[in-house]
Design a protein around this ligand. Sequence first.
Ligand SMILES: *[C@@H]1O[C@H](CO)[C@@H](O)[C@H](O)[C@H]1NC(C)=O
Ligand SMILES: *[C@@H]1O[C@H](CO)[C@@H](O)[C@H](O)[C@H]1NC(C)=O
Ligand SMILES: *[C@@H]1O[C@H](CO)[C@@H](O)[C@H](O)[C@H]1NC(C)=O
Length: 506
Amino acid sequence: MEDQFRYVFWLAVLVMITAARSITSCSCHDKWKHVLTTNTTGQATFGSKANLTTAVLSGSDVRILLTSDSYLTSVQNVKTTGVNVCGQALMHISKASYDSFQDKAYWWFISVCTTGQVQMNRYYVGNHVSNGINKMTYEIKWFIRDFTEKALSHNINGAANFGSVTNVIDDVDVGSDVRVVFDDYAATMNSVQIGDNKDLVIGQAVWHISQKTVTPNIEFQGNDYWWFTNWATDGTLAASRWQIGDHISRGESTEAQGLTWFTDNCWMLVYQHDAAGNRVQGSLDLLRSAVLQGHRVKVMFDSISAEPDEVSVQGGHVSSVLISMVVRSPNDIRAFNQSGMWDWRILTTTGTETTLKVNVGEYVEQGRTTGTKAVSWFIDSRPWVQVLVNSKTGSVLSGSKAALVSAVHSGARVRYVLSFDPSTSDVAVHEADNLAVSGSEVSAAHIRSVSLSSFPTEVKFQPKPYWWFTQSTTTGKVDMSRWTVGEHEGRGHTSATAQITWFANY
Ligand SMILES: *[C@@H]1O[C@H](CO)[C@@H](O)[C@H](O)[C@H]1NC(C)=O
Ligand SMILES: *[C@@H]1O[C@H](CO)[C@@H](O)[C@H](O)[C@H]1NC(C)=O
Ligand SMILES: *[C@@H]1O[C@H](CO)[C@@H](O)[C@H](O)[C@H]1NC(C)=O
């Protein structure tokens, strides 16, 4: 009873804060906007290509719906070429059906262009073996949403011709997303670091695969590598290239580039604790309620701000699992450590920080620590609507499946709370990397998760972790494909059932 009261109370506080915030930035309530439909031969049958190009170069985020398959996906980076726009949508693992993976899993990277061309590039998980590249054509719906502020534009020496580094830092300090536009290319940063003297910001983007222009399209180049990048407000662009599936460097480079920085200020600080897990300000209850109401989460620790790839609630405490980071050089935060290692962390509201460094492309651990960390926790203030709760057997406990299907067709971001054991309050929260509709059912795939061990109030990286690819469906089924991190070694393909609460951000 008391818990329920607290929950309702904090929910009310959250609603009030969200409402207050919306007065100052009503654009936080802007919806994903359908700006263009291209048919299989690349003509605009709705909207205009010029409008999509303008939006991309003004820092808008992009989502893509392949209409014939009712398949909606996030896009990790976009590039314009002539009158066309292409986006890399990389977060897919091969499927046997709309709600299950293939046993022999491969990555299924797609490059989607307004020419109607969709190029699919397949690599087996954990090695550098291609399972084929081919091109198809699709009718595609393009959705955009603006970032709320242009914060800085600078030349190759870092001299500002619009805004200032301080603008960017002020926004990062309140949890903002950061998007960098470079010439005809744009990507949202997976993590951002502020320099010690508060005069430098470095954004890191890791989800990009080698590509080339094949007019009028942009295509994967073949024999591909990951292109990890650090973008700095002094004009430095550092890149580190690692062959897909191998721990083989394909080169490092540094160049000077003029960049434009956009921020999305629809975030607020809700909780802050010290390294011992003691409250400094805000409320853990408020953070937890927001997480359970579908809100996105961001953490700031040391001088790094990052959005977790997975959020877990154990015994009332919230853990952020960060796996979209690569180790930076300790001597120069603009550079990468040339050894090529993932920089994985779990931050928990208990104050615990667990880290794991593992080589990119092979399973070799370079260090594992458990310590403590002071953390600031932010949630996004955009509206998340609870559209459905399905039981473990797929019956509708609240809302409707039709509402979720309609959210997919309108380009919405979708997050969901997985409750494998509804008799406890321990849950995992995912954002859909891609969504597929089949009849009245929806299946959401989440790619960016690794295996975790559960403890009463936190989660930790398992010894010899595996990728935990999941597909969660409104039927209650959760299909799981497991592959040792860095190796082509299957660790089992099974399915379980979960009660799932679905949220849409239209
Ligand atoms: C694409 O749209 C254009 C313009 O409406 C039309 O002329 C063309 O036939 C369409 N292509 C296909 C394959 O439907
Ligand atoms: C392109 O954007 C402009 C400005 O928002 C709008 O007025 C126009 O209708 C759009 N064009 C199309 C074809 O959607
Ligand atoms: C890179 O990381 C390795 C392994 O942790 C470490 O020994 C080395 O000093 C680092 N080098 C640089 C330049 O950061």
